[in-house]
Design a protein around this ligand. Structure first.
Ligand SMILES: *[C@@H]1O[C@H](CO)[C@@H](O)[C@H](O)[C@H]1NC(C)=O
Ligand SMILES: *[C@@H]1O[C@H](CO)[C@@H](O)[C@H](O)[C@H]1NC(C)=O
Ligand SMILES: *[C@@H]1O[C@H](CO)[C@@H](O)[C@H](O)[C@H]1NC(C)=O
Ligand SMILES: *[C@@H]1O[C@H](CO)[C@@H](O)[C@H](O)[C@H]1NC(C)=O
Length: 369
């Protein structure tokens, strides 16, 4: 009976310890993990300093917010998943009711110091508060960010252009001997996942997301891996055709149609000048959109200059024709004046007779004007 009693005691004891070990605290206590354990936060989590920490990274694009051609910035919303190994963490899920992963606050563990090289503005979105840690010591961190990054735009073919923008990830101070960056997924997979995630694309059509890596030789004898994602996107040009190219062409047609207006009087001239001013306004708008830093003059600017030049030629022609007509009229006037003088002489010869001649009438008309 005594043996039986002890057996019962042992059993209940076992059950209670088992129930205790089913909690998250059990694992934290087992690992001796508290909010500021130096072992976990201060240094790279390896047993031997020559062990390399492998950080794998995956980035997906979920929105394109803005592309500012003038100051060459690209604003996007991205999702980043990073994972690495922490050699100090390890437990047997068997001993903890099969619990194989826990989520703990971000500050409790060491994190790789990854930055985005192109970022020009501090990220305002809050950091993700938790890390996921599994029983083999693999740590996962996922985050969402709004990234304002610099991106060199090529606007030569605006508005029919395709832009490529880089987002490069690298560690700030760790070299390849300590930390190796790598990516996990291929181009088609990340492109498809990004297409599924995509919320807004602004005036762009997201084409492709590609990933690659290079090595940066920052200091002598120290190499650093850079993983860079390239976003390929195409501008939706319909609105620019409707709002810009077509109106300019229509103004040009208007200018051409003004050849039907008679050359006498100033209406034709003022009409042409008005149409030309309209094209100038269009050019001013274009100036606001395109960066002045582009090396080659964009084709659309050449198009505007071409139209403007043709309009100017037609305006000059009108001015010239009017000048010629005025000259012609002046010389005719002189002739009629002479004629009328002659007639006056004649009239003075035939005093008493009233015979108004053609020239006289013309002269009279001119004087009325
Ligand atoms: C860490 O480095 C030691 C010595 O170089 C090696 O024996 C061990 O296997 C390494 N551990 C890992 C996880 O790479
Ligand atoms: C992206 O970065 C890579 C490596 O630095 C470079 O070769 C490539 O030209 C960059 N692409 C753009 C669009 O800046
Ligand atoms: C890319 O990755 C996906 C899933 O990860 C896989 O199904 C596909 O076969 C891979 N494609 C290539 C070309 O490796
Ligand atoms: C850095 O890279 C170069 C070539 O990629 C290689 O020759 C050199 O040994 C590397 N240096 C270190 C310290 O790994």
């Amino acid at each position: 009976m005594l043996v039986g009693y002890f057996l019962l005691l042992l059993l209940t004891d076992n059950v209670t310890t088992n129930e205790d070990s089913c909690s998250y605290e059990a694992i934290l206590n087992y690992l001796n993990l508290t909010t500021n354990t130096e072992l976990f936060t201060l240094s790279r989590p390896v047993k031997h300093f020559k062990n390399v920490t492998k950080v794998s990274i995956e980035m997906l694009l979920s929105s394109i917010f803005d592309v500012r051609e003038v100051d060459q910035t690209f604003i996007s919303h991205i999702q980043i998943y990073t994972s690495w190994n922490n050699d100090h963490i390890c437990w047997e899920p068997k001993n903890f009711c099969g619990l194989n992963s826990i989520k703990i606050p971000t500050e409790t563990l060491w994190k790789p110091d990854l930055i985005i090289k192109e970022m020009v503005e501090k990220d305002k979105t809050p950091m993700s508060p938790y890390l996921k840690v599994d029983f083999e010591g693999s740590v996962e961190y996922s985050n969402e960010q709004v990234v304002v990054s610099s991106c060199k735009m090529h606007v030569y073919r605006f508005p029919f252009d395709v832009q490529k923008c880089n987002l490069s990830f690298m560690s700030l101070i760790h070299s390849d001997e300590e930390l190796v960056l790598d990516f996990t997924d291929n181009n088609s997979a990340i492109t498809n996942w990004s297409l599924n995630l995509m919320h807004t694309q602004y005036e762009w059509l997201f084409l492709e997301l590609t990933v690659n890596k290079t090595t940066d030789h920052k200091y002598i004898g120290e190499n650093q891996t850079i993983v860079f994602y390239t976003i390929h996107m195409k501008r939706r040009s319909v609105l620019y055709i409707a709002n810009f190219l077509l109106p300019v062409l229509l103004f040009f047609c208007l200018d051409l149609s003004s050849f039907l207006i008679s050359d006498s009087g100033g209406e034709k001239l003022s009409f042409k000048v008005t149409v030309m001013l309209a094209v100038t306004v269009m050019q001013l708008i274009l100036n606001d959109i395109l960066p002045s830093s582009s090396d080659k003059i964009p084709l659309i600017a050449l198009f505007c200059i071409g139209i403007f030049g043709l309009m100017m030629l037609s305006l000059l022609e009108t001015i010239f024709v009017m000048y010629l007509m005025e000259k012609d009229a002046a010389s005719q006037n002189n002739e009629t004046n002479k004629d009328s003088n002659l007639n006056k002489n004649k009239q003075s010869c035939f005093k008493g007779q009233q015979q108004p001649t053609e020239g006289g009438v013309l002269h009279f008309g001119k004087n009325l004007k």
